[in-house]
Design a protein around this ligand. Structure first.
Ligand SMILES: [Zn+2]
Length: 368
């Protein structure tokens, strides 16, 4: 029995790590709460519990350190960020169970017709409104995790912080969320076809120096773009697919984006002529660059630490439809030359490709 307890203790993430003696009473109190099925607790309530420890009670900075170290060990969930620092999830598994309320397989959908149709609509469109989400959380078995409105508001904020829910700020309806991870529909095979619009289309491709773009990062990209531009719709159905989306940037300009392997590919088409895409292209590139810099930086830093090698974070190329494919070239080539001859011996004009980085009026590079 003793051996088993020692073995169990050694498997714990905090085994062998030195920690302040003052942490011990609060650790025991949290452990007791877990046994009593307390899952999410207000930080203020946790502080009040800790105050009972008299001389061993933690000061506010010490309590923050305690929570952040425990978070890093995976023992609880606590983000010391405005809006998120009011609650502590002392049982991390409860977040997984909350997620199951809407990220779940059809066979586990509730029998209740109303709740069932909410989930059916979610997997069809990838979108859920807050009222429907709260209805799902009214089911009895979710009450143990979120017992009041403030804990539900906290979980919604946390899910947004984790990019599981994307707040569609562009929507006229308030509190509408995109849930990229539930979108399973594969983009149609003709998603990137531009047969009749080859002359009106320019492309851009980002390539990351690893074999594939992590799914979570793909969700972040699609989610962030969906906040920026309105999706294209047909029969009330958004053009939203697994790692791909189609946007109506403006009346004449359509933007397609898809993530394939280690590439992020963007296609911009103007209904009339490429002459009119200058400002739109520059703003598309600008927004994408801004979106990509944050997650790419963290991934590349992690890769560099693991391999102790320096990676170029990501490369950007621009291109034009050519035959059934797209011919890409470097931005530098486009800026330096009026034309370039591709692998198919075709002569491509570089004029409109500069629009990705030049904006009207400024006549200078927006960003690269
Ligand atoms: Zn070509």
């Amino acid at each position: 029995m003793t051996d088993q307890i020692v073995m169990f203790a050694m498997k714990q993430s905090s085994w062998g790590q030195r920690r302040p003696i003052q942490w011990v009473p609060l650790e025991l109190q949290i452990s007791n709460m877990r046994m009593k099925n307390v899952n999410i607790i207000r930080k203020e309530d946790l502080r009040n519990v800790d105050m009972l420890n008299g001389d061993l009670a933690l000061s506010e900075p010490m309590l923050n350190d305690f929570l952040q170290v425990k978070h890093s060990l995976g023992e609880l969930i606590y983000y010391h960020l405005p809006g998120l620092d009011k609650f502590v999830i002392i049982h991390p598994l409860s977040l997984v169970n909350i997620l199951r309320s809407f990220v779940t397989d059809e066979q586990f959908f509730p029998v209740d017709q109303n709740l069932n149709s909410i989930l059916q609509n979610l997997i069809k469109t990838g979108i859920i409104n807050k009222t429907d989400l709260l209805q799902l959380w009214q089911q009895d078995h979710f009450h143990q995790y979120m017992q009041n409105d403030s804990s539900k508001e906290f979980v919604i904020l946390l899910l947004q912080h984790l990019d599981i829910l994307i707040n569609l700020k562009r929507s006229k309806q308030t509190h509408v969320y995109l849930v990229p991870c539930v979108i399973k529909t594969v983009r149609p095979s003709n998603f990137h076809y531009v047969e009749n619009q080859k002359e009106n289309t320019i492309c851009m491709r980002y390539t990351i120096a690893r074999h594939s773009i992590p799914t979570s990062l793909a969700y972040q990209i699609v989610g962030a773009l969906t906040c920026t531009w309105p999706l294209k719709y047909e029969d009330k159905q958004p053009y939203l697919y697994h790692k791909a989306a189609w946007f109506n940037v403006s009346d004449e300009n359509e933007l397609r984006i898809w993530i394939e392997g280690n590439h992020i590919i963007v296609m911009l088409t103007n209904d009339l002529a490429l002459l009119y895409v200058m400002d739109v292209a520059a703003s598309v590139q600008n927004v994408l660059q801004r979106i990509l810099s944050r997650p790419f930086c963290s991934i590349i830093t992690a890769l560099e630490q693991i391999s102790q090698k320096k990676y170029q974070s990501c490369t950007m190329e621009v291109g034009v439809p050519c035959g059934h494919n797209v011919c890409y070239t470097s931005l530098q080539n486009v800026i330096m030359n009026e034309k370039w001859i591709c692998g198919q011996k075709m002569n491509h004009d570089t004029r409109y490709l500069r629009y990705w980085v030049f904006s009207k009026g400024k006549n200078n590079v927006v960003s690269t």
